[in-house]
Write a protein that binds this ligand. Structure first.
Ligand SMILES: *[C@@H]1O[C@H](CO)[C@@H](O)[C@H](O)[C@H]1NC(C)=O
Ligand SMILES: *[C@@H]1O[C@H](CO)[C@@H](O)[C@H](O)[C@H]1NC(C)=O
Ligand SMILES: *[C@@H]1O[C@H](CO)[C@@H](O)[C@H](O)[C@H]1NC(C)=O
Length: 409
């Protein structure tokens, strides 16, 4: 009797404590939200204050001068493109020339290396692959922004959602937008032949898939990076801006175009690469993590790099990245690889608060994730399933959406 009473008391006490904890937690959340909104509103005023007519500004003299710079750098090779190595006029890699480097196996460090990385290290020297699907025509004509989306064959739904929403080929404020998806081949063991037939059918319908003949594994994502940079260098000499992102992000294309407008106005195109910059990151040593990197492979801090969910760059930067990438050893994490290239170019990628490549959205319970006004002021938000993307897009596009409410969430 006594004991049960006591335990009942303890129970109430515990519950009361729990309630206190809960209050504390929600208070913290409220503060965090206020802080974030404060930042958001700043971003928001950035967008709203300067109502620029991007096309007028952009395709006036500035636009001409950007394209002229491009052209002159191409013909004179003033350090923006690989010197002494003329670019081919079309994709010229015809066979997979990728044998494993067996001398590697004789080395002590290789034997100590976590076996998860063996395959990567043995094929690290293989860089360029034949193309199974190509669209040389994609950049012809007046293309202003190329949206490039990393995807894998199986994620057909995500591509479909992107085509219907932020990846729709259209003109925004006079800037012509085109979209491409980057694919490798399915991993062995999957229904390779059928998947390939399906993706070819999909490409006949939309004409927006670039596919290279390497297996689409996580560690091979860097191949997507370097093969795309080379492709862009060959086929897209007239395209001034590239947005690169994942197939599970929300992109506010109009805000992206406005950002381009601002950077053009400010004359900040030459070194433009902007997104969710990560500084001073350490390699993850937790073996459980997808991003685990053993000391044998890398033992310093990472250079500044952009969260891969999505970032914007000018073609000048894309060209220099390609040139420098050829002398950077492939790294199993593609975002970091690009950071290494940027470091060699002495470019620190610009951090912009409207790019949210992680964080927030992972807490599925926060109301913000379902709050269209939150999305309206951003450029990139990471990790949405196709249905969420379609729903959010509809809400954000809704002109009647009253975002004054956002201040009182
Ligand atoms: C740049 O070169 C392309 C083709 O090489 C040409 O169509 C375009 O007019 C040139 N642009 C400028 C501004 O000279
Ligand atoms: C193969 O590995 C050895 C030992 O690490 C290295 O010296 C050599 O350059 C590699 N070969 C290629 C083609 O990368
Ligand atoms: C990357 O792709 C190549 C070509 O398909 C393959 O030989 C290699 O094993 C892949 N590497 C990894 C780490 O999956």
């Amino acid at each position: 009797m006594y004991y049960s009473l006591r335990s009942a008391c303890t129970m109430t006490l515990f519950l009361r404590k729990k309630k206190n904890v809960r209050t504390a937690v929600s208070l913290t959340l409220v503060f965090a939200t206020i802080l974030m909104l404060h930042k958001l509103i700043r971003v928001d005023t950035n967008f709203k204050d300067t109502k620029v007519d991007v096309k007028r500004k952009w395709c006036g003299p500035t636009c001409k001068s950007i394209k002229a710079v491009e052209n002159s750098s191409q013909s004179h090779g003033n350090g923006l493109v690989p010197v002494g190595k003329p670019m081919p006029t079309k994709w010229d890699v015809k066979s997979i020339n990728c044998h494993e480097n067996s001398t590697m196996k004789t080395q002590a460090w290789f034997r100590h290396l976590n076996p998860r990385f063996h395959e990567f290290v043995l094929h690290r020297h293989c860089r360029y692959f034949p193309m199974l699907l190509n669209h040389p025509e994609k950049c012809s004509g007046d293309v202003d922004v190329l949206l490039v989306v990393k995807s894998v064959i199986e994620e057909h739904d995500r591509r479909e959602a992107v085509r219907q929403t932020w990846g729709k080929e259209q003109e925004i404020q006079g800037l012509k937008i085109k979209t491409l998806f980057l694919l490798g081949t399915p991993a062995t063991g999957k229904d390779t032949r059928n998947l390939q037939a399906l993706v070819q059918y999909e490409d006949r319908t939309y004409g927006d898939i670039l596919q290279w003949d390497f297996i689409d594994t996580f560690f091979n994502l860097t191949l997507k990076e370097v093969n795309f940079l080379r492709w862009f260098n060959i086929y897209c000499s007239g395209v001034p801006f590239v947005f690169k992102g994942d197939d599970d992000v929300f992109v506010h294309t109009k805000n992206l175009v406005e950002l381009i407008g601002f950077r053009v106005e400010e004359n900040k195109v030459e070194n433009l690469i902007v997104g969710d910059t990560i500084l001073e990151a350490k390699p993850i040593r937790n073996r459980q993590s997808k991003y685990f990197i053993p000391k044998e492979l890398y033992d310093k801090r990472y250079p500044p790099y952009l969260g891969g969910g999505g970032f914007l760059m000018s073609s000048q930067v894309a060209r220099r990245l390609f040139a420098v990438s050829e002398s950077v050893e492939l790294y199993p994490i593609d975002d970091v690889f690009l950071g290494m290239c940027l470091q060699k170019l002495k470019i620190v990628p610009e951090l912009h608060l409207a790019f949210r490549t992680f964080g927030i959205i992972k807490r599925k319970v926060t109301r913000l994730n379902r709050e269209p006004c939150f999305f309206r002021n951003l450029i990139v938000v990471h990790k949405l399933v196709p249905q969420e993307l379609l729903k959010m897009w509809k809400l954000v596009k809704n002109e009647d959406l009253n975002c004054a409410r956002q201040v009182v969430i």
